[in-house]
Ligand binder design. Structure first.
Ligand code: SF4
Length: 448
């Protein structure tokens, strides 16, 4: 059941009773027009109904326009979304031609340098007022061109002002969203989509549901974009995404979804469609919760449908019944596969950490090294450290913040080089990948 306002983004209907829209993001360099067009085409052929591209600087504004023009010349009308961080001028420049602009309130005007400070209420209000003032030209351009704005809030990139007042909590995400909704509504701008992302499934669900409730109380529910950030890849990434996105869709919340996998982006959309279709058939009463254990029994042969069903049911029960254990039964699946899936779901929901947790971003045009191969190497080499969280992130601009709760991390720096992190502390200058992996091993072994 959807209760959000409905509007068009390009020729796609979003919100209200429109079907859930599946979208994805390129990981090509936006300066490389041919590669980006080709990847957009592959993603669209695989079911992407909206395609996002990163626009890190003014240089990419022109190439994004060319990419969009090339696609339109090929008769492809899929809405294009510009992903903008740090630079309001870039958002204003792209807003006149793309169908949607994603901005990150954590860095649109505010800063995130992990500084600790307190602000008086007056200082706090003045900072919000400055942000509203700076956002005004964007609203004007978007209104003129019918462009939508996604207010894309990420736990890993909350600004220092919000973090210092509300902590690194779901409430901080909600407050960041609400202050931007105030800013938009005060400017009479309503073509808004909003997302509350975290690599922690519980945080992502809680923040989204609290925001949904808050919007209902305020009287206007805007379309919600669902996603678990840095979900990783393979089975783990799919389980995390299905648990968070699937559970929220089961609760009737969510108008558009993006599954983020550290894999070619064209892998994301078939799985995302599968989540939407599978979850539509699930009913919470198909499982039983007893003594904080979820018992879910089904007869499902298709492995992807089974993974999604079990993960979404568990995510739902975790949020609503605070389950502490999970027992799966499926007569079409081997005992070993059942036990593995149970462990992966419990880990994804952070109910029981029985293996290393890997946090890795899907990468985007900011990534300058082969992140997919590094993730594979890291997963193989550091598989058996239960409870340890290792991040592998595409870029130094957003990576360190986005993997904020990882114990160690490898973060892309310049061409082919990475930096090693211990929590938020950068330990190295850019170094080669084999050297970074050796250093990571030494650090982890030393800390045992
Ligand atoms: S952290 Fe990854 S997805 Fe996010 S901006 Fe950097 S490279 Fe792109």
């Amino acid at each position: 059941m959807h209760s959000s306002v409905q509007f068009n983004i390009g020729d796609i209907s979003m919100g209200g009773d429109a079907p859930v829209v599946v979208q994805s993001m390129t990981n090509t360099d936006t300066l490389d027009v041919a590669a980006s067009v080709a990847q957009c085409e592959r993603m669209i052929a695989n079911g992407a109904q909206m395609v996002r591209l990163t626009v890190p600087t003014m240089k990419e504004v022109d190439t994004l326009a060319q990419i969009q023009k090339n696609l339109r010349q090929k008769g492809i009308t899929t809405p294009i979304v510009a992903d903008v961080h740090f630079n309001p001028k870039v958002a204003e420049a792209v807003a006149s031609f793309v169908e949607k602009v994603r901005i990150n309130p954590g860095n649109y005007v505010d800063k995130r340098v992990f500084a600790s400070f307190t602000m008086t209420d007056e200082e706090y209000a003045a900072a919000v007022a400055r942000m509203a003032e700076r956002a005004r030209p964007l609203f004007r351009i978007c209104r003129e061109h019918g462009t939508a704005i996604r207010i894309g809030i990420n736990q890993g990139s909350l600004c220092d002002r919000i973090r210092n007042r509300y902590g690194n909590t779901p409430e901080a995400l909600v407050q960041s969203a609400l202050e931007w909704l105030d800013i938009c509504e005060d400017a009479d701008f309503h073509k808004i989509v909003i997302s509350m992302k975290s690599s922690n499934v519980q945080t992502m669900m809680e923040a989204t549901l609290r925001l949904h409730e808050a919007m209902r109380e305020r009287g206007e529910v805007y379309p919600i974009h669902l996603g678990v950030t840095e979900a990783g890849c393979g089975v783990e990434g799919r389980v995390k995404s299905a648990a968070g996105i699937g559970a929220l869709l089961m609760m009737g919340v969510g108008d558009t979804v993006r599954v983020s996998l550290t894999e070619p982006p064209e892998n994301e959309t078939p799985f995302a469609h599968r989540v939407v279709e599978t979850v539509a058939k699930l009913k919470p009463e198909d499982a039983v919760v007893k003594d904080q254990t979820l018992y879910y029994s089904a007869s499902i042969e298709d492995s992807e449908e089974w993974l999604i069903s079990a993960s979404a049911m568990a995510g739902y029960a975790y949020y609503n019944h605070h389950i502490k254990d999970l027992v799966l039964q499926n007569d079409k699946v081997s005992k070993e596969a059942l036990v593995n899936l149970q462990a992966t779901i419990l880990q994804a929901c952070r109910i029981r950490m029985s293996k290393t947790e890997f946090i890795s971003c899907p990468s985007c045009g900011r990534t300058q090294y082969d992140i997919q191969s590094v993730v594979a190497q890291v997963k193989e080499r550091f598989a058996n450290y239960p409870g340890l969280k290792i991040g592998v992130m595409g870029c130094i601009v957003n990576g360190p913040g986005e993997m904020a709760d990882a114990d160690y991390g490898i973060v892309g720096a310049s061409q082919g080089l990475v930096c090693v992190y211990k929590a938020k502390e950068k330990l190295t200058n850019p170094i080669a990948i084999p050297e970074a992996l050796d250093m990571l091993e030494k650090l982890i072994e030393q800390s045992k």
